[in-house]
Design a protein around this ligand. Structure first.
Ligand code: C5P
Length: 297
């Protein structure tokens, strides 16, 4: 018997970052949108805990106890007093270390898959609790759709969306470490007064209306200067997407994946093709959102 869960990637349409807290984390106003690029996590009974991974970036995925999928299995088993004897297989399609919550997706996916496999019957609230322990973006990977994340991003409020938004995502050929990007944010803002992060009313209205032009005018990412400082070539990718007709171009989360908002599906295909030929990125993919969160297949 095995259980497979499909989990989407995310893009942050707004990422407002406050000053570093005493615990090192940053308070956020983080507007997440789940988009149709997916990892699939399959769990099956085994003699011990084992993680395997397939996909073009599989070589970059840690297969030890640090993998969020393994940590999810251990966390759920620990709460039930059982052994996490499970083989977790990840079919990876979300860019690794790309700012699209690929690791978080695997954590949420493994948690839901193990809960189903073991019949642990965890409530939604308990699953969300474990997700928040695993990482700031993991709760959103479970719920999907569109949501505002506050605190360090883990406290979610679901958001209404009035339509589907079409995106292009360009991968960069190498990853960026999220803690390193936040450290660079701290360095760049040293001595400055960093305002409290708040969700933009214009952005929430654009999402609710399903209006891509209004959304394009309102997207923002406070981590973008830090990501560009560590990875200056991303500016060329952003420019290539704008030239190809993107309504908005921004770094996705902590990067280095770049995200381009398109007017419609046809425009997204055109922008993806232009980005591929531009020589400024490793690959370019189209995906639309919102889509549901982690789902048992
Ligand atoms: O929560 P998660 O483990 O995904 O966070 C990874 C790292 O990103 C943290 O160790 C921290 O350096 C940084 N981070 C932060 N503030 C947040 C979320 C993440 O500084 N709100």
């Amino acid at each position: 018997m095995s259980v497979t869960v499909r989990v989407p990637a995310k893009v942050n349409v707004q990422l407002a970052v406050g000053a570093a807290r005493p615990d090192g984390f940053h308070d956020l106003a983080n507007v997440f949108l789940a988009v149709g690029l997916y990892d699939e996590v399959t769990v099956a009974p085994a003699d011990g805990l084992r993680v395997t991974c397939e996909g073009p970036d599989a070589g970059q995925v840690p297969l030890d106890g640090t993998n969020l999928a393994a940590r999810a299995a251990v966390a759920l088993a620990g709460r039930r007093g059982i052994e996490p004897n499970v083989h977790i297989h990840i079919a990876k399609d979300i860019p690794v270390a790309g700012g699209m919550a690929g690791g978080s997706a695997d954590g949420a996916g493994a948690l839901l898959a193990c809960d189903t496999l073991w019949g642990t019957g965890a409530t939604r609230a308990e699953l969300l609790d474990i997700c928040a322990e695993l990482g700031s973006d993991v709760p959103f990977s479970l719920v999907g759709g569109a949501a505002l994340g506050t605190g360090r991003g883990e406290r979610l409020t679901a958001l209404e969306t009035g339509g589907t938004f079409h995106w292009v995502f360009a991968t960069a050929g190498r990853g960026l470490s999220t803690p390193a990007v936040f450290r660079e944010f701290d360095r760049l803002t040293e001595g400055l007064s960093v305002p409290e992060p708040v969700a933009s009313p214009d952005l929430l209205a654009a999402l609710a209306k399903g209006d891509p032009d209004a959304l394009a005018a309102a997207v923002s990412n406070d981590l973008q200067p830090a990501a560009l400082s560590l990875f200056p070539e991303l500016a060329d990718t952003l420019e290539a997407g704008r030239e190809a007709g993107a309504l908005a171009a921004l770094v996705s989360g902590s990067g280095p994946t770049t995200a381009f908002l398109a007017r419609d599906a046809g425009s997204a295909r055109t922008i993806a093709q232009a980005l591929r030929s531009s020589g400024t990125c490793a690959s370019a993919r189209t995906a639309a959102g919102p889509v549901p969160g982690a789902t048992v297949r």
